[in-house]
Ligand binder design. Sequence first.
Ligand code: ZN
Length: 175
Amino acid sequence: MDKQVKDWSKAGPKVPNQEGLFIGFFAGRWSFLLTKQGGPVNGQTSLEHALLVARCTPETADAAARLHKTSDIRYGFKTGRCAERADWAQIRDQLLWEMLLEKYGVAPDSDNDERRLNRLGLIETAPAYLEDGNVSCENWLGNCRCPKCERELGVNMHGRYLMAIRTKLIENMSK
Ligand SMILES: [Zn+2]
């Protein structure tokens, strides 16, 4: 966590989490929202890991799945050991959505104690706007705030899907 705070200060203006209104970076009590936290997804150690493996071509996915550290898979992409699927940009939204349904125990037969805690935590974020703020130039899942990305508004697909799932969960509670 200290590292993340340090990264943010390096990135220039920090967007504070405004209690109840805006959660602009997933840290502290909200760190379970990070893709690398919150437990196994799709047979991998985390949602982040599952996404990286899914991003690989069928030929390199097995090798990627055997790399336990996500940093190793990222290195694999750099060195060509892992290769990105040509259709990744077309399939990634749907895959992210399905993986999030699993992480929050909403997909059929996906619930367990850890996912129940994820779910309760997600409900607790309401009604704050969720944005997966980062400094790693990740502008699909979130919104990078490094100086290089200053003019690029991240898609924040992760944050948007989290809010959509949260809305579903809250609607179900009142039924
Ligand atoms: Zn950036």
